[in-house]
Design a binder for this molecule. Structure first.
Ligand code: EZ4
Ligand code: CO
Length: 399
């Protein structure tokens, strides 16, 4: 079997996605997600100009060898653009192998370790009444666990959620404002109110989006202990693994980290010193299904569980790959799931289902996703950026 073509499909059905479609001489095709929110075109160029020409003529069954060839062969290792590109190739080759075997991908990963995959959804509001409505809406949709984000008194926007783009800005990022002191004073009150309203049993999560110093994160973890969080996510900037030592020493609030990581090296200290409870990488940004499987096996030795990143900027192709892994691995924790719009689901028709707050990858061979290339072409890419964040004196802060 030979790879005869590989197309990079860039589409914007409401938001932008980058998809690799690998074609073989036997007519079997495979899909991989390479979406890098706000930097999509860099991955398109990397794939189209430097990866696709190298794939032509090679054997699609040699997944591990192809991964090593692209990773080691580039000489310039790691980084989000490189690893998103490699992820798309790896995922597409797994899709092909599973289709040839006529099995859903999870069967090639060892088969199902559970019947279904539990998820968490996002709730947010500028104030408590809005937040409560948002939590009720997620509960009505069936979500068994909820990520809680709120506005901070005195600040303009709720961070970590998509804002309507001011048309005057064009493709420029929205600028958010930030005050760590106000946030640290406000958040325990918010969780106190949420617990009073929704009771002790509902699993609650929170994402601090890399905004805190180690001592601020340690204090927040302690202040939130009475509210029994499922986790506190990305409490300090991701680059410095050692920072988590101080946080860990001061709080029993479970910690999750890693959505911006792109190789296992970003986790070495965090996992081997057992400084976190959940690894958050996405198939799409971590080099594909193969390295994710290795990460989960590494984490399993330290009682650390999976929590694959699943925002809307992971395409249904990346989501499907995640759900197959979730079903198969032993140390599954939880799956973030925001769902996609009807239009996105029409561009990427998928076999996975969301029922009673739980996902299942379906039984279609491969990933179980089909790309409607005509519909994709009818919705072209439009430049869009994530927000940036400034302190009230104008200094750029972590987002
Ligand atoms: O802000 O994926 O846990 N989920 C998140 C996401 C990220 C976006 C960035 O593109 O933090 O919502
Ligand atoms: Co996050």
């Amino acid at each position: 079997m030979k790879i005869v073509d590989a197309k990079v499909v860039l589409t914007g059905p409401g938001r932008n996605f980058v998809t690799l479609k690998v074609e073989t001489d036997e007519g079997v095709t495979g899909l991989g997600d390479a979406t890098l929110n706000g930097r999509e075109l860099a991955v398109v160029g990397y794939l189209r100009d430097h990866v696709v020409p190298l794939l032509l003529g090679s054997d699609p069954h040699r997944i591990e060898d192809t991964w090593q060839f692209l990773y080691r062969g580039a000489y310039w290792r790691r980084g989000p653009v490189t690893m998103a590109a490699i992820a798309a190739v790896d995922t597409a080759l797994w899709d092909i192998k599973a289709k040839v075997a006529n099995l859903p991908l999870y069967q090639l990963l060892g088969g199902a370790s559970r019947d279904r995959v539990r998820t968490y959804g996002h709730a947010s509001g500028r104030n408590l009444p809005e937040l409560f409505d948002s939590i009720r809406a997620r509960l009505a949709e069936g979500y068994p666990a909820i990520r809680v984000q709120t506005g901070v008194p005195g600040l303009k926007l709720v961070y970590g959620v998509r804002h309507a783009q001011d048309p005057g800005l064009g493709a420029r990022p929205v600028v958010e404002d930030w005050d760590t002191g106000a946030y640290l004073r406000n958040l325990p009150r918010v969780f106190d109110a949420v617990r009073q309203e929704f009771g002790p049993d509902l699993p609650l999560l929170h994402d601090a989006h890399h905004r805190l110093t180690p001592s601020q994160a340690a204090r927040l973890g302690k202040d939130l202990e009475p509210y029994d969080l499922f986790w506190l996510e990305d409490c300090t900037p991701a680059e410095n693994q050692e920072a988590l030592r101080l946080v860990r020493a001061h709080t029993t609030t479970p910690l999750a980290i890693g959505e911006v990581f792109n190789t296992v090296f970003d986790y070495q200290t965090l996992v081997s010193e057992q400084l976190i409870d959940y690894v958050r990488s996405a198939v799409t940004h971590f080099g594909g299904v193969s390295p994710m499987r290795k990460l989960f096996d590494f984490a399993a030795q330290y009682q650390i569980k999976s929590a694959i990143h699943g925002p809307e900027d992971i395409s249904p192709v990346g989501m499907a790959a995640a759900i197959h892994l979730d079903l198969a691995i032993h140390n599954f924790g939880i799956q973030e799931y925001s769902g996609h719009t009807d239009l996105t689901n029409a561009v990427f028709r998928h076999a996975y289902t969301f029922t009673d707050g739980h996902l299942h990858p379906g039984e279609a061979p491969g990933l179980g996703v089909e790309l409607d290339e005509e519909l994709a072409a009818a919705h072209p890419y439009e430049p869009a950026y994530l927000p940036v964040n400034r302190l009230q004196d104008g200094t750029v802060h972590d987002w």
